[in-house]
Design a protein around this ligand. Structure first.
Ligand code: SAM
Length: 291
């Protein structure tokens, strides 16, 4: 694929709405007061708004007294709807894209429409604002100088393990989005794959029940044994520091169990001993050797 010949453009006068422009408008991730003055102006003045969830976004707009034609743009219609939006932009209309919450194009279909606009030479500008990943990173107390945004973690056990294995030696601080029903499993997998490191669990950011839990992965596993995960989470995990390499056992759980078996233990004894040594639940080791 190649871009149109001239794909350098100026997004123009920042205070006036420009026809033919796509505006990525960040919306609050919880606290409505985080909607910026510029976001309100753009939302009030564009020709139409494309929204991931037209019902939620309609409520948000009406809360601010804005009435605009809304068109839905979400994961399952993004291909066909993206083309329609791009056609309208090419005809000179202006459009604001808002997604469920936060900054469009971060773990949502915004990414695809920006790519489409780039391919078709349609100008795009951004009205920045809240982003859960950056909000969590800044609150984490972990290194912020270099970080890796990892987005959502797959619900599929093998995909997840594979991804964490790739990240085992990642030195940058890592940021993950997580749903409450997967949290416990993810924490167990973090412990198995990354060892015991610092982690900050950020929940319900900017909302009434905002919580920032700075702890270690093993302590987070313990905490959530008895506590029901609730709300939306961003998990910020300390990068690899190199100290884990000093461990006197193989890096992979499978090799660790195999080594113990070679030393004469039965499979179950090896699983127990491996779990104890690594400070992880037996089920994590059992799953790793039986997948
Ligand atoms: N585009 C958004 C952004 O800029 O952060 C992210 C959209 S993604 C579909 C939604 C995920 O972001 C949630 O599952 C959660 O992990 C995270 N998230 C969004 N709002 C949050 C909040 N108030 N507190 C904690 N996490 C949040």
């Amino acid at each position: 694929m190649s871009y149109p010949k001239k794909n350098i453009y100026s997004t123009g006068e920042k205070n006036a709405i420009v026809g033919g422009m796509l505006y990525l408008v960040a919306t609050p991730i919880g606290n409505l007061a985080d909607l910026s003055e510029r976001a309100l102006k753009v939302l009030s003045e564009v020709d139409f708004v494309a929204a991931e969830d037209t019902r939620n976004s309609g409520l948000l707009l009406s809360r601010f007294g804005i009435s605009k034609p809304l068109i839905s743009y979400f994961e399952h219609n993004k291909r066909e709807r993206g083309e329609i939006i791009a056609d309208r932009l090419e005809k000179g209309e202006s459009c604001a894209l808002i997604t469920d919450a936060g900054t469009p194009a971060i773990s949502d279909p915004g990414e695809d429409i920006v790519r489409l606009c780039a391919e078709r030479g349609i100008p795009v500008t951004s009205v920045p604002g809240a982003c859960a990943a950056i909000t969590a990173l800044t609150l984490s107390g972990l290194a912020t100088g270099r970080f890796a945004f990892e987005g959502f973690i797959s619900g599929n056990k093998n995909d997840r393990r594979e991804r964490f294995a790739e990240l085992e030696k990642e030195r940058r601080t890592m940021i993950f989005y997580e749903a409450p029903h997967h949290l416990r499993q993810t924490l167990d997998d973090f412990l198995a794959c990354f060892g015991d490191r610092k982690i900050t669990l950020c929940r319900e950011l900017t909302k009434l029940n905002e919580e920032v839990f700075r702890t270690t992965i093993s302590a987070a596993c313990e905490e959530y044994k008895t506590r029901e995960p609730r709300g939306e989470y961003v998990l910020v995990v300390e990068g690899y520091s190199g100290t884990e390499a000093a461990a006197d056992y193989p890096e992979s759980i499978e090799e660790h169990v195999a080594l113990l078996e070679a030393e004469g233990m039965s499979r179950m004894e090896a699983i127990k001993a491996c779990a104890k040594k690594r400070g992880v639940p037996k089920s994590v080791v059992y799953d790793a050797v039986n997948r």
